[in-house]
Design a protein around this ligand. Structure first.
Ligand SMILES: [Zn+2]
Length: 298
């Protein structure tokens, strides 16, 4: 059974006046409740503060948790205006990702978080809707807490580059970062992943999927004991922030290629939700529903 970590605070923890499409979590959950997919929803625990320190500067973590980030630091993150639940929300999302990590490793299978994939968060600051980097926290935790995990592979297919993850692991040999994204998108200043594949604006299904296949072939040479998939759906043609032109069908093929890649390696696989800003919001929701239904068949 595919365990998917979810908490209503994923939506409620963002202020309704924020421009961020906070309803996507609730709508995706509602749609999955009505689906026949074999998914067990699990309510995450709040991450302990010391578990955030494994990937972030203490000072930054403490400032956020104590609600004393500067206006400038908050503006760089976005999601504003912040309501009183933003701190708990962040801790539940990080806890959801850690829960998915533990579930995937213990079952030697697949598990996911219905939020997270916060790849723009850097060691000492947040950015682009990302406060702490759950991919980084999970990678560090996997290496520190599991004797048989020596190498982590991060496959980031969100339309935006995984700059925070790349910078946090720039000098780590045992975390391999792969990011395929649109080059003319946020962040303006890209960081260096182990493999970056910057795509031109307007790339469509066939070119995208060919490029992904070439790179999955390259990744098959990379050692890993657990795989993380940042499965952002902001590559969709109707997305308001991305500049790629994938169809919903193309996106399903993309997901299946990554799932098959991990399956062939008999690897535990952790799914992180990532971006999605389509108008109408239902395009984003449908794409996430597809993703999680595909995961349930892993
Ligand atoms: Zn994104």
């Amino acid at each position: 059974m595919f365990e998917l970590f979810y908490h209503p605070i994923y939506t409620d923890g963002i202020d309704e006046k924020s421009r961020f499409p906070r309803q996507r979590y609730k709508l995706t959950k509602d749609a999955l409740d009505g689906s026949k997919a074999r998914i067990r929803f699990v309510r995450p625990e709040m991450i302990k503060i010391e578990h955030i320190y494994v990937a972030h500067e203490r000072n930054y973590v403490d400032s956020f948790i104590n609600g004393i980030l500067t206006e400038k630091e908050k503006r760089k993150i976005g999601l504003q205006p912040w309501n009183e639940k933003i701190i708990d929300r962040t801790r539940y999302i990080m806890g959801g990702s850690l829960g998915a990590l533990n579930s995937a490793i213990h079952s030697n299978g697949i598990s996911g978080n219905m939020a997270g994939g916060t790849h723009h968060a850097h060691y000492s600051y947040g950015s682009g809707y990302c406060i702490f980097n759950d991919l980084a926290i999970c990678a560090k935790t996997a290496l520190n807490s599991y004797k048989h995990i020596d190498d982590v592979l991060i496959i980031d297919l969100d339309v935006h580059q995984g700059d925070g993850t790349a910078s946090i692991f720039s000098d780590h040999d045992n975390v391999f970062t792969f990011s395929m994204h649109c080059e003319s998108n946020f962040p303006l200043q890209k960081m260096e992943s182990d493999i970056d594949v910057p795509l031109k604006k307007g790339v469509e299904d066939i070119e995208y999927l060919d490029m992904l296949q070439c790179n999955l072939d390259r990744l098959s040479e990379v050692r890993s004991d657990v795989i993380f998939y940042q499965a952002g759906v902001d590559v969709l043609n109707s997305d308001g922030l991305g500049h790629l032109m994938l169809t919903q069908e193309g996106l399903k093929i993309r997901n299946q290629m990554v799932l098959d890649f991990a399956k062939q390696r008999n690897s535990p696989l952790v799914i992180f939700m990532g971006g999605g800003y389509s108008k109408p919001i239902h395009d984003t929701v449908n794409a996430f529903v597809d993703l999680f239904e595909q995961c349930a068949k892993y």
